[in-house]
Design a protein around this ligand. Structure first.
Ligand code: NDP
Length: 273
């Protein structure tokens, strides 16, 4: 039996962390005929993912808090000649089992299938010591980042299971693998997301074709990054668009059989949050 001190923590932490296969090139029609739901599709990485999935043939369901932002993404996708998306304005803060069920019924009626689910929406919450963290704020972050993802996954699972090779992708962070001072509920929520991904992947492995993975985008030029690092020059960080090959890989057939892994979209030295 290993003593506590003999565990190689670096190796332990890296055990399930993967990166995009070298030289990966998504085919133009990678996601043709597929229906993919993206949460937080109105801004940042979710917006880039929705546009990129649509550009590769998917019918995208745009779920997010601010209707105007979703409409803008809708217009961009339609103007580019890609399949017409479905807009689902929804504040995940208030998602309940009943509203999640109603959303599933809408998808079933409108589109009849679901092949992919990208859990991308998240709240940063407060950057403050645990000792001072507002309990209400803590609960909001856990609701949006973890509980809503659990509810959506649970209610959408039967539809995803009917797909030829369904894919669920969670969004994690480096502070969801190693805690860091002042990241509070956000860090804890991302640890929970990693745990949910691993637990679900293990449950589904033998009984369905649905694969379950997580992506840590790494420091990316978005509104959330600017809020977390106000002193940083955003131009020093990669754009959300530049990360899309990994998102496409995990949503398309090229990743068939790959399940239970946490992926890094950027090399480790630049993944700060
Ligand atoms: P942004 O803040 O730019 O975008 C987040 C999106 O989530 C927005 O569209 C927002 O909608 C939506 N959202 C937030 N709260 C809710 C809610 N209650 N209900 C519905 N939608 C909601 O974030 P990023 O694009 O930077 O982040 C995307 C993911 O990547 C997150 O999971 C984040 O934790 C993760 N990540 C990001 C990193 C980075 O450096 N950017 C690093 C590591 C991880 P609206 O605009 O309407 O408020």
């Amino acid at each position: 039996k290993k003593s506590y001190k003999s565990i190689d923590w670096t190796e332990f932490q890296m055990k399930n962390i993967k990166t995009l296969p070298a030289g990966y090139q998504p085919s133009e029609k990678l996601l043709e005929e597929r229906v993919i739901l993206v949460t937080g599709a109105g801004d940042g990485i979710g917006r880039a993912a929705a546009r990129s999935f649509a550009a590769h043939g998917a019918t995208v369901i745009l779920l997010g808090k601010t209707q105007g932002k979703l409409e803008q993404v809708y217009d961009e996708i339609v103007a580019a000649g890609h399949p017409e998306p479905l807009i689902l304005p929804l504040d995940l803060q208030y998602l309940t089992p009943d509203s999640a069920k109603a959303l599933t019924e809408t998808i079933e009626q409108e589109l009849g299938r679901l092949d992919g689910l990208l859990h991308n929406a998240a709240l940063l919450g407060s950057v403050t010591p645990v000792a001072n963290y507002s309990p209400e704020r803590w609960q909001q972050v856990m609701q949006v980042n973890v509980h809503a993802a659990f509810l959506l996954t649970q209610t959408l699972l039967p539809l995803l299971t009917q797909a030829p090779d369904g894919s669920i992708v969670f969004t994690t962070s480096s502070v969801g693998r190693q805690g860091r001072a002042f990241w509070g509920a956000y860090a804890v929520s991302k640890f929970a997301v990693e745990g949910l991904m691993e637990t679900l992947a293990d449950e589904l492995e033998e009984v369905t074709a649905v694969r379950v993975n997580a992506i840590n985008p790494g420091a990316t030029r978005t509104r959330m990054r600017a809020a977390a690092y106000p002193g940083e020059n955003p131009a020093t960080r990669p754009t959300a668009d530049s990360l899309m090959p990994l998102y496409l890989y995990l949503m398309g057939t090229d990743s068939e059989g790959v399940s239970g892994y946490s992926f890094d979209a950027q090399p480790p030295l630049t993944t700060q949050a």
